[in-house]
Design a protein around this ligand. Structure first.
Ligand code: HEC
Length: 169
């Protein structure tokens, strides 16, 4: 009789212990899932902090923004003439430098200088224009195409587009 009662107690304790272990396992499992999800979500933040994403060059990845009429015209000219070398996100370098904020970099010089650069960059380098020389120091021997046929208006439209995209991101 005594053994039986002892055994019953033992059995009860075992069951309680098993239930507790099961609870702990479930909790551990849930915690693991939470950790995996958190890790997954932050993976790029933890491991790829300073690596610019070179794949983000498509115009489509830029959030839909409403372009002014001028910028819309500039977009067409930019895609046809400049996008092969200048990143469409206006922030990352490609074959040529990112164009976002470029107007400020030329603000110290007459407005015509930037137009001249686009029509014939090598001529500006030969004339030892300070901005042209600084660019050439970083980017030679890559030569930018000359765009003699672009009017001032066309170039203004390109930079309206550049700045609207740059400001939107
Ligand atoms: C063949 C590639 C190529 C094409 C096409 C091209 N560029 Fe460039 N661009 C460059 C390179 C490379 C530089 C850096 C300077 C150098 O190496 O001459 C540059 C520099 C510039 C700069 C000076 C940036 C700064 O920081 O001051 C501007 C502005 C610019 N390009 C505008 C344009 C525009 C606008 C178009 C289209 C009409 C265009 N580029 C087409 C390659 C290109």
């Amino acid at each position: 009789m005594k053994t039986n009662q002892y055994q019953e107690e033992q059995q009860e304790m075992n069951e309680e212990m098993l239930a507790a272990v099961a609870k702990l396992t479930r909790a551990g499992f849930l915690l693991l899932i939470v950790l995996i999800v958190l890790f997954w979500q932050n993976y790029t933040l933890i491991f790829k902090k300073d690596v610019p994403d070179k794949t983000l060059t498509s115009i489509d990845y830029i959030l839909p923004i409403t372009l002014s009429e001028t910028a819309q015209k500039g977009k067409t000219i930019f895609i046809a003439n400049c996008a092969a070398c200048h990143n469409k996100n206006m922030r990352d370098d490609l074959t040529g430098p990112a164009l976002g904020g470029v107007k400020e970099k030329w603000a110290a010089y007459p407005r015509q200088d930037l137009y001249k650069w686009i029509r014939n960059s090598q001529a500006m380098i030969q004339q030892k224009h300070p901005r042209a020389l600084a660019l050439w120091k970083d980017w030679n021997p890559t030569i930018m195409n000359s765009f003699n046929s672009l009017k001032d208006d066309d170039i203004d439209a390109i930079f309206a587009y550049v700045e609207e995209v740059y400001a939107a991101r």
